[in-house]
Design a protein around this ligand. Sequence first.
Ligand SMILES: C[S@@+](CC[C@H](N)C(=O)[O-])C[C@H]1O[C@@H](n2cnc3c(N)ncnc32)[C@H](O)[C@@H]1O
Length: 202
Amino acid sequence: MSQRVSGYARKDADRYETPAWVAQVLVPHLPPRVHRIWEPACASGNMVCALLAAGFDVIGTDLTHGDFLERRDRAASDAIVTNPPYDQAAAFIEHALALVDVVAMLLRTDYDHAQTRQHLFGHCPYFAKKLVLTRRIVWFERPGAAPSFNHAWFIWDAAHRGPPTIAYDAPKKINIAKRNADAIATTCNDVAQKRASCFGNA
Ligand SMILES: C[S@@+](CC[C@H](N)C(=O)[O-])C[C@H]1O[C@@H](n2cnc3c(N)ncnc32)[C@H](O)[C@@H]1O
């Protein structure tokens, strides 16, 4: 078992189970033609449940059903969505892309930096979107310990054209930004009125 710099021992088979909110934020970013999703590393099914609750047909499999990388069928799905085991993430992405048109993988936010992975990102015409999670994922509760990694959803779509886009899951920040925008608008308005009263309207 490997050891992370943070001092956490990695769980066997990378059994980090994704909280429901992480799957929920992905939903509006999936192409509308997606109806049946395959979660091929589902563990106890956290993500399966969240996607079912969002209205998708979902099939969940894990090692007990066989190695995903050995599967040659697409399980009648039109999208593959998962949080892959970290040390097999590239193989999971490559294999998923060979099976279906739409793929979404939860990965560390800098996963797309490596030059060795550019065939999956910068050089991949199907790479459609990076959805940055501005909240850190708490994988398991440990008193006094805070999560140390940032994550993002990476989405591929064979129907995508053009460069990939970026989006942010930032519900609270949007409110703060709106308050700031309102404050700036008020200030600008005040300044405009002062200018008008000093110089008249040009
Ligand atoms: C990081 S956990 C993700 C759990 C779940 N997807 C979630 O987000 O809650 C990774 C899972 O991948 C499974 N796994 C590891 N290698 C696999 C493989 N080659 N094929 C299928 N599942 C695998 C492990 O058993 C583990 O349940």
